[in-house]
Write a protein that binds this ligand. Structure first.
Ligand SMILES: [Zn+2]
Length: 430
């Protein structure tokens, strides 16, 4: 095939006031390194212009990018389409082993960002013509930054054309893998162009190449539809590729609240959690060990006191943020054992004129009442223990007889003493 070369001799020197920030050089390692680079962004902007004119996008690959980088470096000292060795700019393609039947080169110097370079080229007829040539299939963008040189920023576009693209798929630039059947999860409002996706194409001459995904080539996506998986279709070069996107609601994109719980009193559970950005209210859920979650409260703050826990039950709690009809992620389930109402009495040990009564303390109790029946009489309160962690009491100054004991815990709730159930009984004889 006869090589048709297009050389635009118009030289663009966009001298700008440069503040020295934002410039970056790009590593030449894996293809993934192109993402976020000035070169990838410039390719994106070039395709934006092509798509506006209903042209197919141009795609890039490592070798053509490397050729463009060689050219940008050369233009630092020799801003021309003729290389320092006197040969045409397109010999850089030959040296990088990039076959071509059509080729074109744009160069620019002094443009500090991909957008500035793109705008400068689009405002120049010859460069614009290159960007909007329908026959081009590929583009290598080379950016070279040399502080202290005359123009600091050096840009090259090397176009090649005439390829027939024979496959199209979607590539995840973030993971460096084909998207395949994986569903991409994105935040509500995320634009297709901001998902770090690429169209991956193959052609018989150059193998695999990539172009930044552009919404103008896609259908079937709504950034605000937060229910259900969306199948999006990418159409280019007369081919189609589909991929799946799930849009998370704004609250689902936030971290789940972190829930803490503690037992307070006889049957009261205090719940506290971390705030979630954007939350309007929080929903509290509770379940018993083998039950299912039931909503027990909806509150605006980040704490709640469950006063309806039943002694003896094991509960699980979880909380989530809501805003309107939007729901956030559930916190991790947190369990808590509500103490039984009655302590377990262990023994009554006779001593000299006294009996020592012992029991197993209840978690959260404020104290215990020890009741005693002497010689089969009615029970009377023998001791008041004002310490919930104590499991023992001395019954002193006793005369001979048969003593039967039972114990109950108490809790102070709203200034009042609330007593639990009595334990079983325990006997001792003096
Ligand atoms: Zn090709």
């Amino acid at each position: 095939m006869k090589k048709q070369r297009k050389v635009f001799a118009s030289i663009l020197l966009a001298v700008l006031l440069l503040l020295g920030s934002g410039a970056q050089t790009v590593g030449a390692a894996g293809f993934k390194d192109h993402v976020k680079s000035y070169e990838w962004e410039q390719l994106y902007l070039t395709n934006r212009e092509r798509l506006k004119q209903n042209l197919q996008p141009v795609s890039t690959f490592i070798k053509i990018t490397q050729a463009a980088r060689v050219r940008s470096k050369e233009t630092v000292s020799n801003f021309s389409h003729i290389r320092p060795d006197g040969s045409s700019c397109f010999t850089a393609l030959n040296q990088a082993n990039v076959p071509y039947s059509w080729a074109g080169e744009n160069i620019a110097a002094g443009c500090g960002t991909p957008m500035v370079a793109t705008t400068a080229w689009m405002n120049s007829a010859g460069h614009r013509q290159n960007i909007l040539t329908s026959q081009y299939t590929h583009l290598g963008v080379g950016y070279y930054n040399q502080p202290g040189s005359q123009y600091v920023h050096y840009w090259t576009q090397l176009f090649t054309g005439g390829c027939s693209v024979n496959s199209l798929s979607v590539y995840n630039m973030k993971t460096g893998k084909a998207l395949g059947s994986t569903t991409l999860q994105v935040k509500k409002g995320t634009k297709l162009d901001d998902m770090e996706l690429a169209g991956r194409v193959t052609c018989p001459t150059h193998g695999t190449s990539y172009f930044p995904l552009d919404a103008a080539l896609c259908s079937g996506y709504s950034a605000s539809k937060t229910s259900g998986t969306q199948t999006v279709t990418l159409s280019a070069y007369g081919l189609k590729a589909t991929f799946k996107v799930f849009v998370l609601s704004a609250l689902q994109s936030e971290k789940a609240p972190v829930l803490k719980r503690s037992l307070s009193g006889r049957n009261t559970v205090k719940l506290q959690w971390t705030a979630v950005n954007g939350a309007e209210k929080y929903q509290l859920y509770r379940k018993t060990k083998n039950g299912s979650y039931q909503r027990i409260a909806t509150v605006t703050g980040t704490s709640y006191t469950d006063k309806k826990a039943v002694p003896g039950n094991l509960y699980y709690y979880r909380v989530r943020a809501i805003r309107g009809s939007e729901t956030g992620k559930y916190s991790t389930n947190r369990s808590i054992q509500i103490q039984t109402a009655a302590p377990k009495i262990l023994k009554a040990t006779p001593g000299s004129g006294k009996i020592i009564v012992s029991w197993t303390p209840l978690k959260g109790a404020d104290g215990y009442e020890v009741w005693c029946s002497v010689n089969g009489g009615s029970y009377r309160k023998a001791r008041n223990i004002l310490n919930g962690t104590t499991g023992q009491a001395n019954h002193l100054n006793l005369s001979k007889g048969n003593y039967t004991y039972k114990v109950r815990a108490f809790w102070t709730e709203n200034g009042k003493r609330v007593c639990g159930s009595f334990s079983g009984t325990c006997k001792a004889t003096l």
